[in-house]
Design a protein around this ligand. Sequence first.
Ligand code: ADP
Ligand code: MG
Length: 321
Amino acid sequence: MGEFDLIARYFTRPSRHAVLGVGDDCALLHIQAGMQLAVSSDMLVQGRHFLPTTPAAGLGHKALAVNLSDLAACGAKPVAFTLALALPSVDEAWLSGFSQGLWELADAHGCELIGGDTTQGPLNICITVMGEVPPGDALLRQHAQVGDDIYVSGTVGDARLALEVFRGTVSVDMAHFEAARLRLERPTPRIALGMALRGVANAAIDISDGLLGDLGHIVQRSKVGAVIDTAWVQDSAAISEAMQSISFNKRLEFALAGGDDYELLFTAPPDQAEAVLDAAEACGVSVTCMGRITPVAGVQVLDLQGVPLSRRFASFDHFAT
Ligand code: ADP
Ligand code: MG
């Protein structure tokens, strides 16, 4: 099967909203009048972002999910995406699984594949997503205010837990492993929550590299600091049953610095607390308040007694030595 047959077979469907989809030199999109376009790219590289054993359908899902998660963090509504793919060979079983995982998530969010590029090479998947957001409504990293509460959606740490089970450094029972593995391989982009937090949250980011590291981006861009409690790591909606089954110290590490969570980390003023809970309930996702924004630069983690922890939590950095 050649390049063009492959594209036609696995990555071409009739356009829905796009004026012109796959097949020409450019795709054409009609932008809704008065809307801003939110654009983001994320690349998945074998060996770096996923294990060679990852099922193809899960990869199709994850490649798009991590991109949609960036739209969610900005409060944008998904519109379209492009797919740049390097494949070692034409493996139809793989392509069929991959495209199935991709289409399922794309359809769930009404996000249309409008073009891309396909080449031979080590497996590499790069997606660019486009979404729309009313001018001034995008949630940004730079608008956290002193006094804001800090929240996280869903649960954190599970993806790292699954990874460590794969690596053999932690063991949990089968049911907990399967639940954690689902979070690693099938993250849920919090699109509805991001949109519901427009005008409610001051700042937001999605957690890809680890909660503390990503919070670090918010405080740096907003020129503020943060204090994080740890009581919620003991017991809260943000800690899954699988995470409950490991030691507190490991749980703390995975929750605060695990990475690959694709949950929203956001700040909102205390007088918006009810609006935050309403938004979460309307979207069917939990939110957990776990700290506040302070004027003192940096992120401080408090132990269960409220004493600052001296332990450091390294978040993920591709070029860290
Ligand atoms: P060009 O040579 O003009 O860059 P290509 O020959 O690379 O175009 O691609 C042909 C068409 O197929 C283009 O419309 C391109 O956007 C689309 N395309 C290529 N690869 C993919 C892919 N993996 N997924 C979706 N569309 C793709
Ligand atoms: Mg091309």
